[in-house]
Design a protein around this ligand. Structure first.
Ligand SMILES: Cc1cc2nc3c(=O)[nH]c(=O)nc-3n(C[C@H](O)[C@H](O)[C@H](O)COP(=O)(O)OP(=O)(O)OC[C@H]3O[C@@H](n4cnc5c(N)ncnc54)[C@H](O)[C@@H]3O)c2cc1C
Length: 434
């Protein structure tokens, strides 16, 4: 239903959908831009976040797991190295700066980085509605033109509210992905729920787990289960020959540079496709070298001792899953000769990755006004603004993994978050001045 304009509702400058690292970085950029311009832009901004509180992949905050990018790629430093929201400022605030330096690492613990993100998020608490899921973004027309957007959100109590804005920024991130036919249940989980699901399991009971997947999360889950459940068998099932190692070498890392976004954005489609293919192994279905080596050593040690608990089913695929009351039966097919193994496990964990949450699913009433590419994805300008018909006079921005096809591999990652957020904030401000 298209809404007509009513003048009695206050109109926000910007509504952010989701409050993960991407929109959190945007909050810092807007704040710093406003301070620079001397006007309190922040009061006109609100972010809706469906989680009840700030959380960055909480289910995978495994003890000892580290960030995969340098702490200097925090929410702000690459945009504004003097920002009060930097990871260094956080360490200083927590009185840990000196010890962090002494620890000689670029890669803080994920739990520590989460604490940093929460600390920054705390500064913006008045501008965030937690426990609010955005259900739809609708056009508000004044005459023929779409002047505003109406954002409908559902609170934790089920109550629906609507809010008007001149701009929306989608920072809706990633949604867990299960293979076709896979559905979460009591004994079948996505890796993103790992800690919540295992919290109440008895540690010393003999259990068996199967972990499907070949990426960083799959390897982390396998190691976590193996270490946390000392009597458990852990079956890692992957279609590859073994875990492949992430390329984080200096030259390859340049694909995440801010300048790489400019080059990628203007490159022809076939070059874009090739670059995504060449450098997919910086991020997708790959594992940090240390972790891969640690798992290999564990498996080898167990082969020597004969007490095997970590079982690697390589070049294999789960072909059948049957869930019973007390266990899950799996058929695992070995791809080279089609032979089958049957496993009985207490839980099956799919570490099969994520897919970008599709912004178009919330924009159905605006869909005919949004320009799409041959694959049906929204076309974005360099500043992450969705290209629309001329009649749409408000801004729709998309950052995160949804921009990977047009802006390159860094779109969904932390690497370029600071700069990207700054570009979106600048664009919103520039359009407001028109
Ligand atoms: C375990 C794990 C570790 C990772 N580690 C790294 C790393 O070390 N380095 C790196 O660069 N990347 C890493 N990543 C990639 C990850 O995508 C980024 O770290 C980061 O989370 C991207 O931020 P985001 O804000 O775009 O998305 P998200 O973090 O996914 O945040 C999106 C937010 O939007 C909310 N939301 C979604 N839909 C709605 C809605 N309709 N209404 C309201 N709220 C909504 C969600 O609840 C969520 O809080 C990791 C990913 C995982 C799963």
């Amino acid at each position: 239903m298209t809404n007509n304009h009513r003048t009695d509702q206050p109109i926000k400058d910007l509504i952010g959908i989701g409050f993960g690292p991407a929109n959190l970085a945007l909050a810092t950029a807007i704040d710093e831009l406003s301070q620079g311009a001397g006007k309190p832009f922040r009061t006109d901004v609100i972010f809706f976040e469906k989680q009840p509180e700030f959380g960055w992949h909480r289910g995978m905050l495994i003890d000892g797991a580290t960030l995969q990018v340098s702490f200097l790629k925090d929410l702000v430093t690459l945009r504004n190295p003097t920002s009060r929201f930097s990871f260094t400022a956080y360490l200083h605030h927590k009185n840990r700066l000196v010890d962090f330096i002494n620890s000689k690492t670029f890669y803080p613990l994920r739990t520590e980085f989460h604490d940093y993100l929460e600390w920054v998020a705390g500064h913006f608490a008045p501008s965030v509605a937690y426990g609010h899921e955005v259900l739809a973004v609708r056009p508000v027309r004044v005459g023929e033109a779409v002047r505003y957007l109406e954002v409908e959100a559902r609170g934790a109590d089920g109550r629906l509210t609507t809010h008007r804005t001149r701009n929306v920024v989608f920072g809706t991130g990633l949604a867990p992905h299960l293979p076709d036919g896979g559905a979460p249940s009591r004994r079948i989980w996505h890796s993103g729920e790992l800690l919540q699901r295992t919290r109440s399991l008895p540690r010393d009971d003999a259990q068996a787990f199967a972990v499907v997947g070949a990426g960083q999360s799959a390897a982390e889950v396998a190691e976590y289960l193996h270490q946390s459940f000392p009597s458990a068998d852990v079956h890692a099932v992957l279609t590859r020959y073994g875990y492949s190692v992430a390329d984080d070498s200096p030259f390859a890392n340049r694909v995440f540079d801010p300048s790489a976004v400019d080059e990628f954005f203007t490159a022809p489609e076939d070059v874009k496709r090739r670059l995504l293919g060449y450098h997919g192994n910086t991020n997708y279905a790959v594992v940090d070298l240390d972790l891969s080596q640690s798992l290999f050593r564990t498996a080898y040690r167990e082969t020597v001792s004969g007490a095997r608990r970590l079982h690697l089913h390589n070049v294999s695929r789960v072909s059948k899953v049957e869930e019973a009351q007390e266990h899950v039966n799996l058929t695992v097919g070995y791809l080279p000769d089609s032979s089958e193994r049957h496993l009985r496990v207490d839980a099956l964990i799919y570490a099969t990755g994520y897919r970008p949450a599709d912004p178009l699913s919330l924009l159905t009433e605006l869909e005919s006004e949004i320009k799409k590419d041959d694959s049906g994805r929204p076309v974005l300008t360099r500043d992450y603004r969705v290209v629309t018909t001329e009649g749409v006079r408000c801004g729709i921005y998309v950052h995160g993994a949804n921009a990977e096809h047009s802006h390159g591999l860094s779109a969904g990652l932390l690497s370029n978050t600071a700069v990207r957020a700054g570009e979106i904030a600048q664009s919103v401000t520039a359009h407001a001045a028109l």
